[in-house]
Design a protein around this ligand. Structure first.
Ligand code: SF4
Length: 347
């Protein structure tokens, strides 16, 4: 008989399972807390459950975990990159980024990605499959187990477009935020999209309280469509309408990420256009010098970056520049190169 994987289930779903096995309902809450709060990976660890019941649970169910295939730790910053093996032989990456009191994990949401952004390794792989909710949240739990840390923040910015795997991503982050589980505050969880407008509108409609980030990367449709093909379907005006609607229903700012790529989007005129485009939008701009992982693309040099920043100084909202961290880690896969970094407030 195939065992049921309980990881990724809510308390209510675990209750349905235990009831179907003739086990009292209150056990579901205990199992939930052991899995997500105490990070148990087997029923044997659940010491407030009798031995006989643990044995019964072991015959009926399992708690799946990701396998660490590779771990690279930065000698200077504590940043660590993980390659996790999935049960079907695929693999995804996650990054752990400690920064003063914050311990952030950047998680992947898909194996590969269908969006094909021109500068992105993951995009060139195409989409292999969506991750299950348990595969998303266990990236956080596995890092906690491995490093013995309590993660405080999550960013869904790794491999994949999170909003193309909407249900599983939202299920995973809801479980991470559950007060009886990891209890990571909703405002400490950020979902980053390349601009899937229907999903942004759904996120707004459903009154989700997680933070929203949008990978903008260009301030004109012509440039953005060249870098991020999904812009042809959801051009800037449509995207920003959806963002405005989100902001009307949220007390948060939206974060616009802008990967600076030499010769593509780093001119003074690009900065001015960006300023004009985002005028009046409650936001934060996060500038990210491109980490050259893909042939033909590179970051602007420091002086060009500084000129770009100067143009944004009058922008009436926070502007940050991500400084590379853990540069001794090979961060060549997909977009993880933009996650492995630290923000420096500049305006
Ligand atoms: S940048 Fe993000 S959305 Fe674009 S192809 Fe890469 S993973 Fe997909």
């Amino acid at each position: 008989m195939k065992k049921i994987n309980l990881k990724g289930m809510t308390i209510e779903e675990i209750e349905t399972f235990v009831n179907s096995a003739g086990i009292e309902s209150y056990r579901s809450r205990q199992i939930f807390q052991w899995m997500y709060n105490k990070n148990a990976v087997s029923f044997n660890e659940m010491t407030n459950i009798s031995k006989n019941l643990r044995k019964k649970l072991t015959t009926l169910a399992e708690i799946q975990t990701l396998k660490i295939l590779r771990k690279q730790e930065s000698a200077d910053s504590g940043t660590a990159k993980f390659l996790f093996g999935l049960p079907d032989g695929e693999a995804v990456e996650s990054v752990y980024i400690p920064d003063q009191k914050r311990r952030t994990v950047c998680v992947s949401s898909q194996v590969g990605c269908a969006l094909g952004c021109r500068f992105c390794q993951t995009g060139q792989m195409g989409l292999k499959r969506n991750l299950f909710a348990w595969e998303i949240l266990d990236q956080v739990l596995a890092i906690e187990r491995e490093l013995g840390v309590d993660v405080t923040n999550i960013v869904v910015m790794g491999m994949g477009e999170p909003f193309q795997n909407y249900e599983n991503v939202l299920r995973a982050v809801e479980l991470c935020a559950h007060p009886e589980g990891m209890a990571i505050g909703q405002r400490k969880i950020t979902i980053s999209t390349s601009g899937l407008v229907p999903a942004i509108r759904r996120f707004t409609r459903e009154k989700r309280r997680f933070k929203l980030a949008v990978s903008l990367n260009a301030a004109t449709d012509e440039k953005r469509s060249r870098l991020i093909p999904i812009n042809k379907k959801y051009p800037l005006a449509v995207l920003l309408d959806a963002v405005r609607e989100y902001l009307q229903n949220s007390r948060c700012r939206v974060t616009f990420e802008y990967v600076l790529i030499a010769g593509e989007n780093d001119s003074v005129e690009d900065a001015r256009r960006l300023r004009r485009l985002l005028k009046g939008i409650r936001c934060k701009i996060n500038l990210i010098p491109y980490n050259p992982t893909f042939p033909g693309f590179r970051a602007p040099d420091e002086s060009k970056t500084n000129i770009f920043i100067q143009e944004l100084l009058e922008f009436p909202a926070p502007v940050t520049l991500r400084k590379s961290r853990g540069s001794d880690i090979d961060a060549a896969c997909g977009q993880l190169f933009v996650k492995n970094e630290k923000c420096v407030k500049i305006a």
